[in-house]
Design a protein. Structure first.
Ligand SMILES: C[S@@+](CC[C@H](N)C(=O)[O-])C[C@H]1O[C@@H](n2cnc3c(N)ncnc32)[C@H](O)[C@@H]1O
Length: 416
């Protein structure tokens, strides 16, 4: 038996639930949906990297989200590349892994604090429909913070400040945070919001600055874009480990990562973002360009039996969306296989969401696809999701039906 499988088999079944542990430190910076459990990533990567006969291990996370895996890789001295199609995710991953100079950060904090307290003149920021999402007094306070962030000369520090601003926006916007899709709060609730944006921003920059990376020099290269195109066109090397948690279905019907970040992105200056401004004009564009967002014909996945069985159990209308997702997903897995080094490992955490009340077996479909490429399954085990950083309901559909969050995840490990 493979040594990694042997070692993983020795863990008690509930070990991977990580009962009693919560996210802390740098992992708490920013606001991103469905982040991974840092302790789980730490343990998985420790076990796998220990068994690789290589001193300079490289890791790829093609769906890096908030960068949890990249931070853990850095802690373990593993150089990494992270890719995501959401510019807020890549900004957050950058801030969490970038090496900052402590004195520079502390000086920048005292400058921005005094600029905010002095009450400099500032322009009122605006974008289409801004008043739907922010009250007038909140717009004024956020504009003041935005103006002061722009006075900071260091781009890396501005990026840190934008992430802190996103936490202020999360707390003081009119968006109700009980779902990831944008929905305005009722008027009475909006009236109750107390404008403490500036005080809160000052608290957040101080608190978050305690957790930045001031010493670790392990490199983490964060790339904005579609992971398949980036792997095909930009990444010239092979990786020893590919460790990721992909989307579990198309964003609009699973988790709307784009909508959950769009209000933050609207306030961030374009020169500090890696995407085009066009991407941010509509609230829904990021989700539409993510895995499964475009119409696809069934080509690559027509012989994947576990997928075909599942398609047979759901309505025709839902089938079309599921096919869009799996055609893109197949290409992503193919690209991952292409850039995996010989004897390297793929570690994936996946969840089986429901479509038409039928569980979509993403775990078995992933296994079938990866095996069709010649990869060998090393280990598969489940964990219970005990602590959610997500609301109980993922999203509210037009017909007022809710989609419940997933209670279990599966970890699958492959080797080449
Ligand atoms: C399950 S989340 C990853 C969460 C991450 N592990 C964390 O701890 O935050 C999946 C991610 O895939 C990204 N994504 C979706 N389609 C993509 C694509 N075509 N290329 C790159 N990233 C994509 C989403 O933006 C989202 O951040």
């Amino acid at each position: 038996m493979n040594k990694i499988a042997e070692e993983l088999n020795r863990y008690p079944q509930d070990y991977w639930d990580f009962k009693g542990t919560t996210k802390s430190g740098i992992h708490n910076i920013g606001k991103y949906p469905a982040t991974m459990v840092p302790d789980m990533q730490y343990q998985l990567l420790s076990v796998v990297s220990k068994h690789l006969n290589n001193k300079n291990i490289t890791l790829l996370d093609p769906f890096c989200g908030s960068g949890t895996t990249l931070v853990i890789a850095q802690e373990l001295g593993i150089n990494s590349v992270g890719i995501d199609i959401n510019p807020y995710a890549t900004l957050l991953s950058f801030v969490k892994t970038n090496k900052y100079d402590k004195a520079d950060v502390y000086n920048a904090i005292s400058t921005i604090k005094s600029n905010l307290e002095q009450g400099l003149n500032f322009p009122i920021f605006d974008f289409y429909n801004i008043k739907k999402w922010f009250r007038d007094d909140i717009i004024k306070s956020l504009s003041q913070i935005r103006h002061c962030i722009l006075l900071e000369k260091s781009q890396d520090i501005r990026k840190f400040f934008w992430i802190c601003l996103s936490e202020v926006i999360f707390k003081f916007s009119n968006d109700r945070t009980s779902t990831f899709k944008l929905h305005a709060l009722p008027k009475q609730k909006i009236n109750l919001i107390e404008d403490k944006c500036i005080e809160y921003f000052i608290k957040i920059i101080k608190d978050n600055s305690e957790h930045l990376n001031y010493s670790n020099t392990t490199s983490s290269n964060i790339i904005y874009g579609d992971s398949s195109s980036i792997i095909n066109n930009k990444l010239k090397r092979e990786f020893d480990i590919i460790c990721t948690s992909p989307p579990y279905g198309d964003n609009p019907t699973t988790i709307t990562y784009g909508q959950a970040s769009i209000l933050f992105l609207k306030w961030i200056d374009s020169k500090d973002l890696s995407c085009s401004q066009e991407l941010l004009e509509k609230y829904t564009t990021i989700d539409k360009i993510s895995v499964g967002g475009k119409k696809r014909k069934i080509i690559n996945t027509k012989d994947i039996k576990s997928l075909q069985d599942f398609l047979g159990k759901i309505s025709l209308k839902k089938q079309a969306k599921v096919i869009n997702f799996f055609e893109d997903y197949y290409v992503s897995l193919k690209c991952m296989n292409k850039c995996l080094a010989k004897s390297g490992y793929v570690i994936m955490t996946v969840g089986n969401r429901s479509v038409d009340a039928v569980r979509q077996p993403l775990d078995n479909i992933t296994i079938e696809i990866l095996e069709s490429f010649g990869l060998k399954l090393v280990s598969k085990f489940n964990r219970n999701i005990l602590y959610k950083n997500s609301p109980l309901k993922l999203s509210l559909l037009k017909d007022k039906k809710t989609i419940k969050t997933i209670q279990k995840e599966t970890i699958i490990i492959f080797t080449k």
